[in-house]
Design a protein around this ligand. Structure first.
Ligand code: AMP
Ligand code: MG
Length: 420
């Protein structure tokens, strides 16, 4: 019998077998959610040119020395600078140019007076399309006021994005600002998935006595896609060596980067997956001291990493979160794969059995604390209690009971607040 490993040890051994796969170029429009393969170096300065941060008047700050609400200074307005137009003149003594937000500053100007601080301000209609050739200014400005200087945010040659990080919408926006049309990202890892068990039918087939639908395929495929992988569903293998071998061979033919299976790795009389993997590869471990999901196998089938998840729907889900997700993120090029974790206060007594336990709970923020309540019975076949949960509480190994009020770690399952 293989050793019973702690979750941390099992994860360490498993993650050792994974490294980022190769990269590819994608157009900017498809970059969000991908992982950067190379650092991004800016070829431009941002802002690209000195420009105004307000609608107002480009001025020479020195011309307005001594201006105030009761001592306005009048300037002559020599031009209008809309956004998108590069001015070709130079401001001289006591000259101003009407300027819009984002428009380039003319030469000679070193500050902008917001229109609100001039006699040109109309609260009902802030700026007229025609402009008068004089402007009275009611306040003093310093050189640099309301000016966004070329290169103040980014300098040409600066590294603006590090490799091995998720591209979020704002990151892609920055790439567009730099004028990059393509970006180098890691290829999406291909994950071959099989379900095993004589009792399983695909969802599109009507149920028969004693049979159930293959729900794990759906849960797991969606977890894989959520985490940036490409889910390749290989089908259901009945409980015999031949069928399991056939589907695993299909995984190899599909050139997957990782194989995951559900069910068939425990000590049941019909658990063939482990046997078949051992015949054509090796199993590193197949028992982890966790709940749910103790029968969890890791090895290689013909040199392709293989993770055998338990069959029970909640165990398969949790096994995925604990082991497959970090492996998949590593394959997909992410560096830090640790999960966002918060400390929560449990509002009920919790019994555990000494294994590291992942319990379904609803957590919410209340009077400065994160509080947690379990979502009903924690049987590993009860998928509904996972559906009702927005977090998994982690009860450390060795702990058999915790009083109400105890503080535990929790993993958030949702991106958007509470679903409970
Ligand atoms: P096993 O690991 O084969 O002992 O299966 C444990 C439990 O999980 C049994 O109740 C199975 O019927 C159930 N199960 C196995 N595979 C799936 C699946 N793909 N979808 C839903 N339930 C499953
Ligand atoms: Mg079975």
């Amino acid at each position: 019998m293989s050793q019973l490993l702690s979750v941390a040890e099992a994860r360490l051994r498993l993650l050792n077998a994974f490294a980022p796969i190769e990269s590819e170029q994608v157009p900017l429009a498809h970059a969000s959610g991908r992982v950067l393969a190379e650092e991004v170096v800016s070829k431009v300065d941002l802002p690209l040119f000195n420009n105004s941060s307000m609608d107002g008047f480009a001025v020479r700050a020195g011309d307005l020395d001594g201006t105030g609400l009761h001592h306005p200074i009048e300037l002559s307005v020599i031009a209008d600078i809309p956004a998108g137009k590069m001015p070709s003149f130079r401001l001289e003594y006591r000259e101003a140019a009407r300027i819009m937000t984002g428009a380039p500053l003319p030469e000679g100007a070193d500050a902008v007076v917001p229109v609100e601080d001039t006699d040109q301000y109309r609260s009902e209609k802030p700026i007229k399309s025609s402009f008068s050739d004089r402007v009275r200014v009611y306040r003093q400005v310093n050189a640099g006021d309301y000016v966004r200087l070329k290169g103040q945010d980014v300098r040409s040659g600066d590294v603006v994005l590090q490799a091995h990080r998720w591209l979020r919408p704002q990151d892609v926006g920055l790439l567009a600002m730099l004028g990059d049309m393509q970006v180098s990202v890691f290829r999406r890892p291909r994950v071959g998935m099989l379900s095993t068990g004589d009792e399983l039918l695909p969802v599109e087939r009507p149920l028969q006595p004693g049979k159930i639908h293959d729900s794990n395929a759906y849960t797991l495929a969606n977890q894989v896609t959520r985490d940036g992988g490409e889910a390749i569903y290989l089908g259901i293998a009945p409980d015999n060596e031949e069928s399991v071998t056939k589907v695993l061979e299909q995984a190899i033919a599909s050139r997957v980067d990782l194989i995951i299976s559900s069910a068939g790795v425990s000590v049941g009389a019909f658990d063939f997956v482990r046997t078949v993997v051992e015949k054509h590869g090796e199993i590193d471990f197949w028992r982890v001291n966790m709940r749910p999901g103790k029968p969890l196998a890791f090895g290689h089938y013909r040199h392709v990493p293989f993770i055998g998840l338990p069959g029970n729907p909640v165990s398969a889900f949790v096994g995925y979160e604990v082991f497959v997700r970090p492996a998949l993120l590593l394959l997909g090029g992410l560096k830090g794969t640790s999960r966002f974790q918060i400390r929560v206060k449990i509002l009920e007594e919790i019994e555990s059995d000494g294994r590291e336990s992942y319990l379904r709970a609803v957590i919410k923020h209340q009077e400065g604390d994160w509080i947690a309540r379990l979502t009903g019975h924690q049987g590993s076949g009860n998928l509904l209690s996972l559906v009702q949960a927005n977090a998994l509480l982690i009860i450390p190994s060795g702990v058999k009971s915790l009083p109400s009020g105890a503080i535990v770690d929790a993993w958030l399952l949702d991106q958007f607040g509470s679903s409970g």
